[in-house]
Design a protein around this ligand. Sequence first.
Ligand code: SDX
Length: 429
Amino acid sequence: MANEKAKLTLHTGEEIELPVYKPALGNDVLDVTSLVKHGVFTYDPGFMSTASCESKITFIDGDKGVLLYRGYAIEDLAVNSDFMEVAYLLLNGELPNKEEKQEFLDELNNHTMLHEQLTHFFNGFRRDAHPMAVMVGVVGALSAFYHDSLDINDPEHRRRSAFRLIAKVPTIAAMCYRYSMGFPFVYPRNEMSYAENFLNQMFSMPSTDEKPDPVLVRAMDRIFTLHADHEQNCSTSTVRLAGSSGANPFACIASGIASLWGPAHGGANEACLKMLHEIGDVKRIPEFIKRAKDKDDPFRLMGFGHRVYKNFDPRAKVMRESAHEVLEALGAKDDPILKVAMELEKIALEDPYFVERKLYPNVDFYSGIILSAIGIPTNMFTVIFALARTVGWVAQWSEMISEPNQKIGRPRQMYNGEKKRDFVDLDKR
Ligand code: SDX
């Protein structure tokens, strides 16, 4: 695969040749695997300059604000496709034709229900537990029930666990919400689409036969598509690392959910909406912009900035259009929070601090406004992110696991602790 060579002269004067790979898209890749033989490590906390793996699934060009799922632009998929086609695409590499799509949906529908005994797990949680705590617990517990899909070396087991995870996460997510509200669980309805089924399990009440609003179903489906995958982000890297030890797929996805929860990552949508409500009025925006720039204040503008995008996050643009459409359709286009978001975006994008640091709105900036309009409570926002990202995690895990000679991920360190010293007995300390 090496296309070129790089020469490295070490501090010791030793000259080393390193292979350079020219990928289909993106930065050239310097292969440093041989460095350890020369007694040196690379040092890259946060992995700012590290390609952790080779992948064919998602490509991001942070400078140009480009996001491709298997080569298709996210803008095209969000407008012209739907989440189930995107799930098929991420998993299989191609968009499905009609028969393939129907087959995919039929197989997913075989797995939407949970083993009834799993419903008892919820009773072990406080009603006011954060739904992400429940998601981590229940998704991890799936490995205690589905023993015929744990063997990662069996392609049929892997396929079955992929379908079970993608089909069951909406059911579990809705159950988290229902449990927190003291509402009865709603069983999946397989005649409904994926997003419609989820909203029905979230909001259907025994007293009515009301179906989810098609406008909200479309918005939910689009949000799922926009969150489906994103290259080697924090939670996907967590899933890959867990998977590299041979852990079962349910445990790996549970580790991704745990990692996504952080406010610097998937927890930002919940934190962003809380911030917009705390700002409350466009008049208070300058006060928050000032705080975001103050190095002594840990406050950051939630929904702004990104490790990779140094331009607009293309998902934020689609999300912003969707926010307007949904609020318009719901007759809430004058929603004060949307006004605060729009004004905050405008001011930040004109402020030198944000411009110099290339801080733009990311996927989490507008998603909360749409999720709120759909009726999703704030503490469920990251659950929605995890629900959608399960497709990407499963696709990335499957890609990794099916690679030959897969190695366990085991980074090294730069040690600056104590050198070897003699033990001192207690009475001499
Ligand atoms: C997601 O990786 C992915 O792909 C993630 C994701 C996905 O789909 O999986 O896209 C989903 O996690 C989106 C990001 C959601 N997080 C937030 O919105 C939280 C707010 N954003 C920041 O915490 C931050 O921007 C990060 C964590 C997203 C990125 O941080 P980096 O790349 O480590 O950048 P940094 O912290 O080094 O910041 C660079 C500079 C610093 O200032 P200086 O030290 O140079 O003076 O920019 C400043 C930071 O202080 N900065 C911000 C800021 N983000 C960065 N200042 C104010 N507000 C912010 N939001």
